[in-house]
Ligand binder design. Structure first.
Ligand code: ADP
Ligand code: MG
Length: 346
């Protein structure tokens, strides 16, 4: 059985024209890291607050194991939440901060256990320091360890890295993922940053306007997005109209292989890394209108007639702005199961 299930969670705030959280259902298994990903205002925090017990759903339920905890007070849920502003107690040492959370242990054992927890993030020797002596990243790690030290069933993180600068954020993500895996912690991470969701999570749930649109492993939501919004939120893409016949579709770029069988009119998502550019003076070739050097590759913007395309190409042999190129597909497009589309599967 899942560790956590949300069943048809709905939360509508007064005066709002649509629910902040609209029929959200998902399951989370022990040891798993799930990212709730979506733009600002899509209902991520409200979902998390209902799971934590800070917010009561208008309808729907939250189950921890088989127990319905929808109306159980926060402090009895055994759920740990780390907030963006990770406030440590300034007058306590790091070890004291961590020990403070261990109310489940006899007082005498807490200090030694606190140092063990700090050792897990390579900070044991800093145990007698005070928070103000640490960098933001270090404080964030201690705040997390303090949450883990209470041995919650589930840890909730709401945009935990948004106060850290870019380089530190990347390192912290990796360290935290390792820490969660090492300790077998079950986690829900809320973020609007697709790179963060992809690198941290075992599964990603993409939200929009209160709804959970798709839940799946990072590769699946990236390669097989449920709709155009998911496709575009997870990275750059080319949305193409096509006429499918089995595993291939006719499009403005010529025939394209599909990731799944389809027939009739379809909308396709073709990732920029699945487009290859071949120099060509052909009258109907595309023209490079912009390019961005990104170290390991170039990101190109192309125009052909009224259509715009994007392509990502490894950085050897770069093409210059103004060059004419033929757009050649170098990978499969995914079929978007768009509503209103008469796409049939055989
Ligand atoms: P996210 O965390 O994805 O940015 P939130 O869950 O914070 O989104 O908010 C979802 C929607 O609910 C937003 O439109 C927000 O303005 C609204 N909202 C959130 N909390 C409250 C509240 N306490 N009262 C009224 N509206 C709220
Ligand atoms: Mg939020």
């Amino acid at each position: 059985t899942p560790l956590l299930s949300t069943r048809h969670l709905v939360r509508r705030f007064r005066d709002a024209d649509r629910p902040a959280v609209d029929n959200v259902c998902f399951e989370l298994y022990r040891g798993e890291i799930l990212a709730l990903l979506g733009p600002s205002g899509c209902g991520k925090t409200t979902t998390l607050r209902m799971i934590a017990g800070f917010e009561t759903p208008d309808s729907g339920s939250v189950l921890l194991g088989e127990r319905d905890i929808t109306n159980v007070p926060t402090q009895k849920r055994r759920i740990g939440m780390v907030f963006q502003d990770y406030a440590l107690f300034p007058h306590m040492t790091l070890a004291e901060n961590v020990a403070f959370a261990m109310t489940h242990l006899p007082r005498k054992q807490r200090h030694a256990r606190a140092l063990e927890w700090l050792a897990l993030v390579n900070m044991a020797e800093l145990g007698e320091r005070f928070p103000e002596e640490l960098s933001g990243g270090q404080q964030q790690r201690v705040a997390l360890v303090r949450t883990l030290a209470a041995e919650p069933e589930l840890v909730l993180l709401d945009e935990p890295f948004s106060n850290l600068d870019a380089g530190l954020r990347e390192r912290t993500r990796k360290e935290m993922r390792e820490l969660f895996k090492k300790t077998g912690t079950t986690v829900i991470l809320v973020t609007h940053d697709q790179a963060e969701a992809m690198t941290m999570a075992d599964r990603i749930g993409v939200m929009r306007q209160g709804r959970l649109l798709q839940v799946g492993p990072p590769q699946a939501v990236y390669r097989e997005p449920a709709d155009a919004f998911v496709a575009e939120f997870l990275g750059h893409t080319n949305l193409l109209e096509g006429e499918a016949a089995g595993l291939s579709a006719a499009t403005a770029l010529g025939p394209i292989s599909l990731n799944t069988q389809a027939h009739g009119p379809v909308t396709l998502s073709l990732r920029p890394e699945d487009l290859a550019l071949v120099r060509s003076e052909d009258p109907d070739s595309a023209i490079i209108v912009d390019r961005e050097f990104r170290g390991h590759d170039y990101f190109y913007l192309l125009a052909r007639g009224d259509s715009r395309y994007c392509a990502i190409v490894p950085n050897h042999d770069p093409l210059e702005v103004g060059a004419r190129v033929r757009l050649q597909t170098a990978g499969e497009a995914s079929v978007l199961p768009d509503e209103g589309r008469s796409q049939t599967q055989h």
